[in-house]
Design a protein around this ligand. Structure first.
Ligand SMILES: [Zn+2]
Length: 253
């Protein structure tokens, strides 16, 4: 809810001492109070010709009224210029909520890769990718261009039976587009794959345990089967069929 902060003041008509009449929702304290005192010093002795009611105007909004929600939006637009704003929430009924939260953070570029930490002033030895050390670590590198990511994506596409190998940009990922149409099942697999790419990155960085493509594919197959089969009531998933032909379940989720 918008919280309007009234910063209204008026000059008391014909008051020779030029006193202000403040109408605060909350009386200012601390640094705000000292800024207010400085402002009063600046205005001290200023003469108003007609003595009419005066008020503060906030130039960043047409209403000239200050709203915290407007300020928040303006700051977000400045601080997060690359955010994919169409990806406002991320949730798939086939997967645990934690997967959706991770994918949402990736799409909003709010994932703590080294470049982002560096931008926020975190002191690090290096901003290079901890998995391959071939490039600086951005979200796009981690999920798209890193050797580990490229390897697992190509294996996942082959497992699904697609002749595609890679995505062209981060914005193409995690949307469930496959073979010219949308698929909730494929999207779920994409998200599980993204989850494992991030998990592998963290294991490499914090535990010095680096995975490989075949192992990662196997983990995606196991976890996606476990999560999805538990949440789909109308058909039973067979592990052997899942391994050979996952897309055969596409119409049933
Ligand atoms: Zn890398």
């Amino acid at each position: 809810m918008d919280k309007e902060v009234k910063l209204e003041t008026r000059i008391i008509k014909n008051d020779p001492s030029n006193l202000f009449c403040w109408k605060w929702i909350r009386p200012p304290t601390g640094r705000t109070l000292s800024e207010l005192n400085r402002l009063c010093d600046l205005l001290n002795g200023f003469s108003y010709e007609n003595g009419e009611t005066d008020k503060w105007a906030w130039n960043l909004h047409p209403s000239e009224t200050f709203y915290t929600s407007v300020l928040t939006k303006l700051l977000d637009e400045k601080i997060l210029p690359n955010a994919n704003m169409s990806f406002e929430t991320a949730r798939l009924h086939l997967l645990p909520q934690k997967i959706g939260i991770l994918i949402w953070r990736v799409m909003q570029e709010r994932i703590p890769v080294r470049v982002e930490l560096d931008k926020r002033g975190v002191d690090m030895d290096s901003v290079r990718c901890p998995v391959c050390d071939d490039d600086i670590e951005t979200a796009e590198h981690t999920f798209l261009h890193c050797e580990f990511a490229k390897d697992i994506w190509s294996r996942i596409f082959r497992w699904w039976g697609s002749n595609r190998h890679m995505y062209s940009c981060l914005g193409d990922m995690f949307k469930g587009d496959i073979g010219g149409s949308k698929s909730k099942l494929w999207q779920s697999i994409e998200w599980v794959c993204g989850y494992h790419i991030w998990r592998n990155r963290n294991l490499t960085l914090f535990q010095r345990k680096r995975g490989n493509g075949p192992m990662a594919l196997n983990e995606v197959q196991i976890k996606s089967f476990e999560w999805i089969s538990k949440r789909v009531r109308k058909c039973s998933f067979e592990w052997s069929q899942w391994l050979i032909n996952p897309s055969s379940y596409d119409d049933q989720v």
